[in-house]
Design a protein around this ligand. Structure first.
Ligand code: SF4
Length: 292
């Protein structure tokens, strides 16, 4: 895995990690001493069922954002943005329809299609990226192309895959892996891959919030600056937020670099590996706590 990522000074693989096909761990002698991950502030898992209340149209939202759970640090929606209320009551089909037809911000004008998600919708893992790029806009899936391939290799090295199995036990294309639900902060491609504006992030936030509510992940990976801004409400550099377990609605969230950044800055891949190990260890601790 680390050789595949081009990491020079890798951190140790967690005990529970499975090797990804074609990805070899570094020799033991090359590894630094084991560094225990920071102890996360564990909370018991919420058993609250997702709400599947009557849907509302994204283009004609009800005025009062009464429902739904506010994401910690989530920025307030700007003018013309979707209020959280109706989105908070959407089930999966309604959410998908609302996203595909959404005109709540100007990014709808140039998209080929909105990109909602990939992976099992009952996964314990949730990966949140930034925004669709050109290839995602064309294919309608998050994390495709080289950055998607890198993400897939990274996840596979800890036994996780977007093709893996969810909690429901439905057939999976990669049943040897745990499933990862993958979404972006923004559902539509910013033209020219420019940075999204605060207004665009705020307009799209209710969709991400609803995805989180429906999936009920046990651990989250926030990859890149805009995922962090939307879900942690922090503008701090990623380097300062890494290496600790944050909380988003009581769910542990690990900050890491976006794979597209890692492709440009390969020396940071060792840190990304540390982040994956921390996420893996965090979920393992939660499960151990479940078993008592
Ligand atoms: S980016 Fe989000 S809020 Fe903006 S049009 Fe697309 S789905 Fe709607």
């Amino acid at each position: 895995m680390l050789a595949e990522l081009g990491v020079q000074l890798p951190a140790p693989r967690p005990a529970a990690a499975e090797p990804a096909p074609g990805i070899d761990p570094p020799p033991a002698a090359a590894r630094p001493p084991a560094r225990p991950p920071a102890a996360p502030a564990l909370r018991p898992r919420s058993d609250a069922a997702p709400t599947d209340a009557a849907p509302a149209q994204a283009q004609a939202p009800a005025p009062a954002p009464a429902g739904g759970t506010a994401v910690a640090g989530l920025r307030p929606a700007g003018p013309g943005a979707l209020p959280a209320g109706p989105v908070a009551g959407m089930d999966w089909p309604t959410l998908a329809t609302a996203v595909s037809g959404c005109q709540a911000c100007g990014l709808c004008a140039q998209r080929r299609q909105a990109v909602l998600d990939a992976g099992p919708r009952d996964a314990d893992w949730m990966v949140v990226g930034e925004a669709p790029g050109e290839q995602e806009d064309r294919e309608g899936l998050p994390f495709v192309g080289k950055s998607g391939q890198l993400l897939d290799r990274m996840l596979a090295a800890i036994g996780v895959s977007r093709a893996g199995r969810g909690r429901g036990g439905a057939p999976a294309a990669a049943p040897q892996h745990e499933g990862a639900y993958i979404a972006n902060t923004l559902k539509c491609r910013p033209p020219g891959n420019r940075n999204p504006s605060a207004e665009e992030l705020a307009a799209c936030a209710p969709f991400l919030q609803r995805q989180l509510d429906l999936v009920q992940p046990r651990v989250m990976l926030l990859m890149g600056r805009y995922a962090v801004q939307s879900l942690l409400g922090s503008d701090a550099p990623l380097g300062r937020l890494r290496g600790q377990v944050h909380q988003v609605l009581g769910r542990p969230a690990i900050v890491s670099y976006h794979p597209s950044y890692l492709l440009r800055s390969p020396m940071e891949k060792a840190k990304a590996w540390d982040d994956l190990c921390l996420a893996r260890a965090t979920l393992d601790r939660l499960r151990a706590a479940d078993r008592g």
